[in-house]
Write a protein that binds this ligand. Structure first.
Ligand SMILES: Nc1nc2c(ncn2[C@@H]2O[C@H](COP(=O)(O)OP(=O)(O)O)[C@@H](O)[C@H]2O)c(=O)[nH]1
Ligand SMILES: [Mg+2]
Length: 453
């Protein structure tokens, strides 16, 4: 157990009804007893008690102290949570009292880091705690919950089991050549390796969806200039975010805003629009950025001005946007804007009828967007959401192929080579759960946490 007692304010800055500071460490109780009227000898775990906090005789606040004993505490060491009135002055006074009583300031994520180091959770669970705090919608909340409860290591254990069996078999043969054990069954191994490779790559491929859940899917609003893209962005957001004007080519930069849609929170991206003849270099750059935004989006919302007819040239531009999305298997949704004006566009143009000006059809459009995106992202299976995990799985899969090759090529002493690659594979899988995580890896992970978690 770490000798140092750490302390941090666990609630956000600013005035609130309640505020919490937490202390964790071998001497957390003794430290707290220096500024609270509690008796470490008789304090019962998991029982809230009302007490008084003071610093050098100066009364700070009446507080509730909650003690978690080492064995069953979230950090795996003595932990005490002190709830006071949520005044920034009271909280900083309590913090000061704790520091003067022998605690030191916790670094970001240090409580969770200690939970990991004390075996309370594996590294993937610790990372998921951070995601859980950040989750802004049901999809990211669910993805984080599945990981917090150990979903990743469960899945990895299933993958590891046949690898460990193979390794044990090979190692027994290598270690005791004199015992004439039956030789490793090559075909059985090949089959098992093949299945494991499948399982690892399948798991890794969930990252495509996982990262969208974490960062929110991207909706690119595209179309011809003046069709009402910026107006539609504003109408969807319910506020005037982008500049709207009757002058074509007004939007030059791309504008990005989150749009909460129930279970998901996609990012809406307003673009310059695409036309063949850009008026100047700035608009040209805007069009280039539009292309980029289109490529990086998960759904394209194509806005068309339904109150005027579309030239052949323009039709080509619009269809090329839709085809680009289709080619990458991304949904493209047409919105026929300016429904408040008489329709002049040819009858064969279909889409969701909206008027960005009057706000008509906006709820319907939101519903369609949310349905199309939710189909893509929601589910109950455990997903990979971190690049770090994806990378480790990719490396692990490579090792499986190398192990397979050494058997298939029938090289001399293939057992030794295969065993080496199996061990490497297990090493990479272990990186995800932090079995062999060094200081550097831990620092980079926990530095992203907030202080007090
Ligand atoms: N009548 C009507 N005018 C609209 C509507 N949406 C946008 N406009 C007008 O169309 C022009 C271009 O709008 P804007 O949003 O800047 O288009 P963008 O270039 O595609 O971003 C502006 O004069 C808007 O007021 C609509 O639903 N109905
Ligand atoms: Mg615009």
């Amino acid at each position: 157990m770490n000798q140092e007692t750490i302390v941090a304010i666990a609630t956000p800055q600013g005035k609130s009804a309640l505020g919490i500071i937490r202390l964790s460490g071998l001497n957390a109780l003794k430290t707290a007893a220096r500024f609270l009227q509690i008796d470490p000898q008789t304090l019962k775990p998991r029982t809230a008690i009302l007490t008084r906090a003071s610093l050098k005789g100066e009364f700070i606040d009446e507080v509730i102290a909650l003690y978690f004993a080492q064995a069953a505490s979230p950090t795996g060491e003595d932990l005490i949570e002190i709830t006071s009135h949520g005044s920034p002055f009271i909280l900083s006074s309590l913090l000061k009292a704790a520091l003067e009583s022998g605690a030191r300031m916790a670094t970001p994520g240090e409580f969770t880091r200690r939970a990991f180091l004390n075996g309370k959770m594996d590294l993937s669970q610790a990372e998921a705690v951070c995601d859980l705090i950040r989750a802004e919608n049901q999809a990211s909340h669910r993805a984080a919950l599945l990981q917090v409860s150990g979903g990743i290591s469960k899945r990895l254990n299933q993958i590891k089991t046949p690898l460990l069996e193979m390794l044990a078999h090979i190692e027994a043969c290598l270690d005791h050549p004199e015992e004439e054990l039956p030789p490793p069954p090559e075909n059985e191994f090949l089959l098992s390796l093949h299945q494991t490779h499948q399982a690892i790559t399948n798991f890794a491929s969930t990252y495509e969806r996982g990262k969208k859940i974490l960062s929110g899917p991207r909706i690119c609003i595209a179309g011809l200039p003046n069709s009402g893209k910026s107006s539609l962005l504003n109408a969807l957001l319910g506020r005037e975010r982008a500049i709207v004007s009757e002058i074509p080519g007004t939007t030059r930069d791309t504008i990005e805003e989150s749009l909460p849609l129930g279970e998901i929170t996609p990012l809406l991206i307003d673009t310059a629009g695409i036309r063949e003849q850009a008026s100047d270099v700035v608009e040209q750059e805007g069009i280039r950025r539009t292309q980029e935004a289109l490529e990086n989006s998960d759904l394209t919302l194509i806005v068309i001005d339904g109150s005027r007819s579309i030239s052949l040239e323009e039709e080509k531009t619009l269809l090329s946007i839709a085809n680009a999305a289709k080619k990458e298997n991304k949904p493209a949704i047409f919105a026929l804007n300016k429904s408040d004006l008489p329709r002049r566009i040819a009858d064969d143009w279909e889409g969701i009828s909206v008027s960005a000006l009057l706000g008509e059809g906006i709820e319907n459009l939101k519903k369609t967007l949310s349905e199309r995106l939710s189909q893509e992202t929601l589910g109950h299976e455990i997903l990979i959401t971190h690049f770090r995990h994806h990378q480790a799985l990719t490396e692990a899969a490579k090792e499986i192929l190398l192990a397979e090759n050494s058997i298939r090529d029938n090289v001399k002493k293939w057992e030794e080579r295969a065993a080496f690659h199996l061990r490497q594979c297990l090493y990479f899988l272990g990186e995800i759960t932090g079995d062999n995580a060094g200081e550097e890896v831990l620092n980079s992970i926990f530095s992203k946490f907030c202080v007090g978690k």
